[in-house]
Design a protein around this ligand. Structure first.
Ligand code: NAD
Length: 497
């Protein structure tokens, strides 16, 4: 289906063929199928508000069918040689990389980010498959003689079994590959419930992986507008052994409660409230570059986004002026248009939330340096915004902004900066800029976060463990840690030799 008529904005020429190729059925077993009740939903283009595609809307019965397919494939996939599992992931990596422009355009169309951002995500997202294709062949156990001499201790690793992945809309490819890569490398089968806002990328991914030789049932994709009931049905299925979720802390909590029913393994990548601290000994221009990356990357719609920019008062005015100049110059427009540096917000509801946070802070006395308004016209655009002198207690300092809004607060001492940085229930990403080595060592230790960026505004790397502490989640994705989330440890006690 093509973009609804009546919108003035033209899609790129390549969009029509690409959208024709993307499967719009549920991907269960060996390929696309309609939902059991025949219902569908529209996937919207956030730059126009028009419909991009009409996708099958999974029911509870469909979810059970996906678990059936995962169960039917489980034993054979677990017994498939690790090298073979790795080769299928590697072949998928090659295809995604070769088809970089297609994946990038599809993400720009359904999620809104600029094509350059989408290309970056293709490289990042595909890399999880290359990384875990290599990890598949390095699943190690150990053998030791019991210290008493009274036996041999054999420790082996086994796939946990059937997994459910529930993913968000902000990184449609990478949030999938970061879970699918390690699960399949470990020998697990997986059902993915992608975000209802961005199911197309995951559906194209399933097709590409099937063409790369992935056996039917190893990966199923069940887009749905009925996430609460469909996910609850899978969570209640005794065959499921693990859930991996990326999304809001609020939904993560619900899934943790459901996981208690059958004591499922869980990985939770939840919300963040990242502090971005600029000390007065920082290279200020580098700090502005870093803040632009940490704030504006992905339009601010990232769980790692700098949510609270904390600047030492002696350099705050200078830093704020430089940051404001850069942010005010950000070109806003559809992500596929050359020159666009900031695309739309994912949907009207999210945009409303951002506007409310900004209005609330401004009415409480925060100083608005640029932006601060919803942009008129089709699509869900919001002005790039800088706020300073935000009063303590404002909602914008407690909640995830998830948009292109830089929220600046001043501090005087290192202790005060640390107290502000840690004064949140979240603990995902954090950043700070300083040229003082002793301070770098001190602050890295004292910040309560799963990830710390020192003099850099981008930290994600498929070879590094990504994850949060406190209410930002449980477990790590990526790195050599990532595959452990999909492996059980078994101890075999042997008699002494
Ligand atoms: P969300 O929690 O609303 O939705 C995430 C997924 O959960 C979607 O697939 C959605 O359909 C599903 N879902 C919603 N309600 C559900 C329910 N009751 N039961 C089962 N599933 C349900 O989050 P979102 O708006 O898609 O994404 C934004 C959030 O994700 C932000 O809070 C952000 O910080 C977080 N996020 C975290 C990471 C990370 O790695 N920590 C990465 C990206 C996004």
């Amino acid at each position: 289906m093509s973009e609804s008529s009546g919108t003035a904005i033209r899609l790129p020429d390549a969009a029509a063929d690409l959208l024709r190729e993307v499967p719009t059925g549920l991907w269960i077993g060996s390929g696309p199928c309609p939902s059991s009740d025949g219902s569908t939903f529209d996937v919207l283009n956030p730059a126009t508000g028009g419909s991009l595609a009409t996708v099958a809307n999974a029911t509870v019965d469909d979810a059970v069918a996906a678990v059936d397919a995962a169960a039917a494939a489980a034993d054979e996939w677990a017994a498939t040689p690790p090298r073979t599992r790795g080769e299928i992931l590697r072949a998928s990596f090659e295809t995604i990389t070769r088809r970089r422009e297609d994946f990038a355009l599809l993400m720009t169309l359904e999620m809104g980010k600029t094509l350059d951002e989408s290309r970056g995500e293709v490289a990042y997202g595909a890399e999880f498959f290359r990384w875990f294709s290599e990890e598949a062949a390095r699943i190690n156990g150990r053998v030791t003689t019991a210290p008493s001499g009274n036996g041999e201790i054999v420790v082996t690793k086994e796939p946990v079994g059937i997994c459910l992945a529930v993913t968000p809309w902000n990184f449609p490819l990478a949030m999938g590959t970061r879970k699918i890569g390690p699960a399949l490398a470990a020998g697990c089968t997986m059902v993915v419930k992608p975000s209802e806002d961005t199911p197309l990328t995951t559906l194209l991914l399933a097709k590409v992986m099937s063409e790369a030789g992935l056996p039917p049932g190893v990966l199923s994709v069940i887009p749905t507008m009925r996430a609460p009931e469909v996910v609850a049905a899978v969570m209640a299925d005794e065959r499921l052994r693990k859930v991996s979720f990326t999304g809001s802390t609020q939904v993560g909590r619900k899934l943790l409660e459901q996981a208690a029913g059958h004591v499922l393994r869980t990985s939770m990548e939840l919300g963040g409230n990242a502090p971005f601290i600029v000390f007065d000994d920082a290279d200020l221009d580098a700090a502005v570059d870093g803040a632009i990356a940490a704030k504006m990357r992905n339009g601010g719609e990232a769980c790692t986004a700098a949510n609270r920019i904390l600047v030492q008062n002696s350099v705050r005015e200078e830093f704020t002026a430089k940051l404001t100049e850069r942010i005010a110059a950000t070109e806003v427009g559809p992500g596929w248009e050359p020159g666009s540096l900031l695309g739309p917000i994912i949907n009207a509801r999210q945009r409303e939330r951002i506007a409310d946070l900004v209005d609330d802070a401004a009415s409480d006395g925060a100083v608005l340096h640029t932006g601060g308004s919803i942009l008129p016209g089709p699509g869900f655009f919001y002005q790039p915004t800088v706020l300073d002198q935000i009063p303590a207690g404002a909602a914008i300092l407690r909640e995830e902004i998830f948009g292109p809004v830089a929220a600046i607060t001043g501090f005087d001492t290192e202790d005060e900066a640390i107290a502000l940085a840690n004064g949140t229930e979240f603990g995902l990403a954090s950043y700070f800029y300083s040229t003082d080595l002793a301070r770098v060592q001190r602050v890295s230790r004292r910040i309560q976060a799963g990830m710390v960026g020192v003099n850099r505004g981008v930290i994600s790397d498929p070879a590094a463990p990504f994850g949060g502490i406190k209410q930002s989640g449980l477990g790590s994705e990526g790195g050599s840690e990532g595959i452990q989330e999909y492996l059980n440890t078994k101890y075999v006690a042997l008699p002494p030799i």
